[in-house]
Design a protein around this ligand. Sequence first.
Ligand code: UDP
Ligand code: MG
Length: 334
Amino acid sequence: MSPISLVTHQPKPPVTVSIIVPYYNEREVLGEFHARLNKVLDSIEESCEIVYIDDGSTDDSNCLVDTLPITSSNVVNICLSRNFGKEYAVTAGLEHSKGLAVILLDADLQDPPELIPSMLKEWRKGFDVVNMQRRNRYGESWFKQFSASTFYRLLNLLVKSDIPENVGDFRLLSREVVDHICSLTESSRYMKGIFAWPGYRQTTLPFDRDARYCGETKWNYLKLLGLAVDGITSFSIRPLRLATIVGGLIAFAAFVFGLIIISKTLLFGELVSGYPSMMVVQLALGGIQLLSIGVLGEYIGRIFIEVKNRPLYLIQSVVERSGQNKTRSMEKRA
Ligand code: UDP
Ligand code: MG
């Protein structure tokens, strides 16, 4: 598989800031997004690149990106061979970014590009990770907000490295952190956990998350539940430990109960009664066994996926377009 590369032959200044934008069927919003992002990037000193990753869009988003106007930033458009999922698109973006500071941004304008300068300010102070924490989640039902906060609490109970609450993929990562993340080759890519794993100097900025500019979210509750199970099973083996502990406690209780029944039978003879209690015990034991087998199955499934060791994504094409030299365009503006 060799990606087709259409590289314009102009001298390229080194890139300081990379903006990674995964998109999947976002044709309605991409034009507005690109304009707002470029306005911000043109106003900062550092040389920038925008790395768009087409996650197998079925509309004409990909062609649209190649026609978006170029200002001061380089624009790279990486087209994956099919829809791999946002986590894989982000991974492709991280692996193809060149900047010393890398910022992840959704294409639907829920993460305001106008916050980039304040993120860079924190990075210049020496922070390696700038987490953007949602203060408000406009356009999301109370049930989604409640289930998200319950999930974060459960996850942090189970996982050793701290995964900050209400922080999505919108964040800044330094080159060092990005390189460590790129060295993680696991197929199961729960990005919030992966981002938290390297550690380093972190800071958090609060922000108000806007509602989607237009279009529909690509996530439904079933997908989110899958993501939650992925998140827990790829970053913690504590559910297995819990299954062992609960199993041990129940086995102990069953042994004590057995002793009581034997003693009672020996002392008072056999009494034919206790159908309800028998059913309750049986059903409880059956349920717990099935749950434990399910937990085991989840982990065995993970092992199955990991041992196949497939590439995380396939690239169909890469189109790179160079922006105007920033120092020159800054001079012109001044
Ligand atoms: N996205 C993607 N691949 C997918 C689903 C979504 O690249 O399979 C992109 C999508 O185009 C958007 C970002 O990931 O830029 C966030 O997706 P969405 O807005 O649907 O998620 P939400 O904000 O509702 O969590
Ligand atoms: Mg969104």
